[in-house]
Design a protein around this ligand. Structure first.
Ligand code: CP3
Length: 356
């Protein structure tokens, strides 16, 4: 029997659990725990130094010693409440046998799956041995991280990962994947279903290796019309959560459907996650009333206010605390840290939240 939301919330985390886990169990904590999407990355000089040593970005992801170090860098520098595994959502297509490369200054490039026939080039199931170094990184980070801090594992949502697999790259409103979804919905459904299974296995392996919680990133579904959003974002993410909890009962899950907007209420009504990420563009008061008040919300300081710093950043932080602070809140950005962000501004954000 799958757990209900109420059953999960009744089994509260202990007082010695990391703050992030207590908030995901429905507790309101003040000041709220803080972590930032893309908190490890090119805005940090210590990341750039290690990245240069590793060679390519994927080499960094698949070398446990270096990936562990990069995961821990922002925790050491800013004393954040959670670390997020250093990896990428595109390791899942890679472990399904698709070619994946990262082109310097341009981003990811995959060998595009142009139609249903191309799916035969994929493996039937995700190759978890291939991703062994990723799970080893999880274990190493968990062993080195203070017990008071949470380690977050992650995957991309099936729709977002499918947009890269079909298009071969990001951009242009993910038109190639959407076109396939309209022209051959059964074929696209087949790809989504493969990704539900592969992503569930990948999240379960991270939880078993020591991740305390996992986040599902749906970066590109927000653009979809409501019916397509329900079919390609909400339904697969709900099934993914169910499969993860079949293997790891009580697994803590954060679902981030970036830009869900007015679709958030239906999404949160169907997806059995413990927390919901909010994009920069969300109306925080509307989001709070759209989601049952015991379920955590995560967000959503504008990453560009973080670049600006100063008073604008303080106001952005205060706005989030004011709108969401009376309920379970995880303070985060509305999207990832940008490369041009001065690291001192992250320290300013942390100080502002903790001074409140
Ligand atoms: O948040 C973290 O610090 C953990 C690691 C992490 C990365 N990517 C590292 C990364 C996470 C959680 C991701 C998720 C991810 N990757 C998403 C979903 C979140 C989002 O941003 O919407 C997506 C869509 C991807 C795919 C991806 N990876 C793109 C489009 C790019 C190129 C853009 C860019 O910033 O270069 C990447 C590369 C990438 N992933 C980098 C990092 C640190 C930069 C790599 C480098 O050092 O050159």
């Amino acid at each position: 029997m799958p757990e209900t939301v109420a059953e999960r919330l009744r089994s509260k985390a202990g007082a010695d659990a990391p703050k992030l886990i207590r908030v995901l169990s429905g507790e309101t904590i003040w000041p709220p725990p803080i972590w930032l999407m893309r908190q490890a990355g090119r805005y940090l000089p210590e990341y750039r130094a290690l990245r240069a040593k590793a060679g390519g970005f994927l080499d960094l992801c698949y070398t446990p010693e270096l990936a562990t170090e990069v995961t821990l860098q922002p925790i050491r520098r800013f004393d954040l409440d959670a670390a997020i595994l250093f990896s990428d959502i595109l390791v899942v297509p890679h472990a399904l046998g698709q070619e994946v490369r990262f082109v310097e200054g341009e981003g990811p490039r995959l060998d595009p799956l142009q139609d249903r026939a191309a799916f035969s080039r994929l493996k039937d199931a995700i190759d978890l041995d291939f991703l062994g170094p990723v799970y080893e990184t999880v274990s190493r980070v968990r062993a080195e991280l203070a017990k008071s801090k949470a380690l977050i594992g992650f995957c991309g949502a099936p729709y977002t990962v499918a947009t890269y697999m079909v298009g071969g790259r990001g951009g242009e409103e993910q038109a190639p994947a959407r076109l396939m979804a309209y022209r051959d919905p059964d074929g696209f459904q087949d790809l989504i279903d493969r990704l539900v299974d592969a992503s569930a296995a990948h999240l379960v392996a991270q939880l078993k290796a020591g991740a305390d919680a996992v986040q599902i990133f749906d970066s590109w579904s927000g653009d979809l019309p409501p019916k397509e959003f329900a079919r390609w974002s909400t339904d697969p993410i709900a099934r993914l959560c169910g499969k993860v909890r079949d293997e790891v009962p009580g697994a803590k899950i954060i679902a981030f459907a970036r830009g869900a907007g007015s679709k958030l209420a239906d999404f949160a009504g169907v997806v059995p996650a413990d927390g919901f990420g909010l994009a920069t563009s969300e109306d925080l008061y509307a989001a709070r009333s759209a989601v049952y008040s015991c379920r955590a919300l995560q967000g959503s300081v504008d990453p560009i206010a973080l670049v600006a710093g100063g008073e604008a950043l303080d106001r952005a932080v205060d706005g989030v605390l004011q709108a969401l602070g009376r309920n379970p809140l995880i303070l985060n950005l509305g999207h990832g840290v940008r490369q041009e962000t001065p690291p001192e501004h992250v320290a300013q954000l942390v100080a502002r939240v903790r001074a409140e």
